[in-house]
Design a binder for this molecule. Structure first.
Ligand SMILES: [Zn+2]
Length: 364
């Protein structure tokens, strides 16, 4: 059994209901089209205030991996703190890091903040069941005809899904990628957010653990020189997935790379200010090569279809273990919440962009 204190699946749902009931003028439930494999309803939240149109959207998700218990609690706590502070016109203090009231007003009044606190409720329910398995990672797809249950939802997105890099076709593997890209209902909900709210230009998927802030790409080293050497080019099929060699490196525009590094550093510094834990900002492949992950998928969308806006995504790996005692989880929640406020502020238009007008295109 995991340590006591973490919210149950119904506890997360109740917290979401409480938020929309208590802060109805700025917080609403977002219905999602797909129930979980076991039939649980999955809902998102939207936090937005003020009158401003032409708003940038930020999507924060958590709970894709079942055993990473901190992060759904984190997102509902973050949402609660934001709603409380906005409504009271007060600032927010996380340990030694403070945001003043005007920053919180600005954040809520200028952004559409979307949250999916618990993407994989079936997995969490199994982790928290007395006769469950505390270290379960995947969803609870029975995988008919195969020996084992569950798909790794963070290997099921459509980014080089067929390549096999950092994934497994074996249902018994913890990184089983499923029978096809987007075969799993739980992550169709993530795609639904992006399809339904095209103003979402920024994304973070909160996982555990390792105190990392990861940015694309996950399949191979980055390069900024040759746009034709990219994930869509079949010339390079079979050559990807080995960092450190010269056969293949994934193209990333320099301006995007600069944004990822500078924004990642801002988030890192905000987290560190809370209690001195300095997360490491690095390219995702530095952890290990992966495909089919969320933060790469969201970023591919505008490369695959130029009519879609650019979505820049991070993965944040919180804390130093999957399920710390809840007293420590609360400290992780506090420090990472500062990082998420900072991330949202970084996603807002700069004064310069606002003065130029129509700057939504700058994010595309
Ligand atoms: Zn994870």
């Amino acid at each position: 059994m995991p340590p006591n204190g973490y919210l149950s699946v119904t506890g997360i749902a109740s917290a979401q209901q409480y938020l929309v009931a208590t802060y109805s003028s700025i917080c609403q439930l977002i219905p999602l089209p797909e129930a979980s494999i076991e039939g649980r309803t999955i809902r998102g939240l939207k936090i937005a205030g003020g009158e401003g149109g032409d708003r940038r959207g930020v999507l924060l998700i958590a709970g894709i991996h079942a055993r990473e218990l901190i992060n759904p609690d984190l997102l509902v706590w973050f949402a609660l703190k934001l709603c409380q502070a906005y409504t009271a016109n007060s600032g927010l203090t996380f340990g030694a890091r403070t945001y003043d009231a005007s920053s919180i007003q600005l954040l809520v009044n200028e952004l559409d903040l979307f949250l999916l606190p618990l993407a994989n409720p079936d997995g969490r329910a199994f982790v928290q069941l007395p006769k469950g398995y505390a270290m379960w990672r995947k969803n609870r797809n029975p995988n008919p005809g195969m020996p084992c249950m569950g798909v790794d939802l963070n290997r099921n997105f459509d980014f080089l899904w067929s390549s096999g890099i950092g994934t497994s076709p074996d249902s018994c593997s913890d990184i089983f990628k499923g029978l096809g890209a987007f075969s799993e209902p739980e992550i169709l909900n993530v795609r639904h957010f992006l399809d339904t709210y095209p103003n979402i230009g920024y994304f973070a998927d909160v996982h555990s653990y390792s105190e990392l802030i990861l940015y694309p790409w996950g399949d191979d080293d980055n390069q900024t020189i040759d746009p034709a050497m990219n994930f869509q080019n079949p010339t390079y099929d079979g050559l990807r997935g080995t960092p450190g060699d010269s056969l293949y490196r994934e193209y990333i525009p320099q301006s995007d790379l600069d944004w990822y590094v500078s924004t990642g550093n801002r988030v890192r510094d905000a987290i560190a200010a809370v209690r001195g834990h300095t997360y490491t900002v690095q390219q995702a492949v530095g952890l290990y090569p992966t495909t089919g992950t969320s933060e790469d998928y969201v970023y591919t969308r505008h490369f695959v279809d130029s009519s879609k806006g650019k979505v820049r995504g991070f993965v944040i790996e919180t804390g130093t273990e999957f399920q710390p005692p809840y007293s420590e989880a609360l400290r992780v929640i506090e420090e990472v919440s500062a990082g998420l406020v900072e991330f949202c502020l970084a996603c807002q238009r700069t004064v310069e962009e606002t003065l130029r007008g129509g700057a939504a295109s700058a994010a595309r």
